[in-house]
Ligand binder design. Sequence first.
Ligand code: HEC
Length: 174
Amino acid sequence: MGVGALIAAALLFGGSAGTAALRHGAQTSPIYGVQLPKGYRDWVLISVAQEKGRNNDIRAILGNAIAVKAFREHRRPFPDGAIIVRLAWRYQSSARNDAVFPAPQSFVAGAPTNVQVSVKDAKRYAASGGWGYGQFEGGLPNQDRALAETCFACHRKLAVTEPGADLVFTSYSP
Ligand code: HEC
């Protein structure tokens, strides 16, 4: 195993290198080392979703060129290099918009909550179904290891009911 591989292993399994990165304000997610991709806000819209309950948000799912191509061609598993980004905002009613409607009916995106990222690299992330995960708030990776562990723990459940989905819930909305 080369030095690079050793460092990668230490980062992946939370060794001393990982701890040091954390102390210095890491730019990547714990466990996976996922970065907020540059220019993601300009990526192509795959679909939208809304979550009620505790999240009470409205979300947009975007993909880079590799991910979008795979979505459009119904290609699974996703090829290496595919990145899917999920943006979310508080879901709130708009008095401003409602003022021009006959009855209250308008709901819009409020303050951003967080951005979640799934990165496909079958080899690097072999232990988590080929996906690396990260959650970002205000542009910075959330450093909570327990939170990072929930991503694969939940996404893997899809493999039981839908083995061909490659752990991705969202489908492309034409
Ligand atoms: C309790 C289950 C659960 C957990 C935990 C979870 N997800 Fe998801 N995720 C979902 C579901 C269901 C969807 C699709 C519906 C939605 O977006 O509301 C989704 C959607 C996504 C999407 C859009 C692409 C897709 O797979 O549909 C990304 C990206 C994503 N999650 C990343 C993450 C990351 C990163 C974490 C951890 C920080 C995480 N998720 C934790 C269940 C979960």
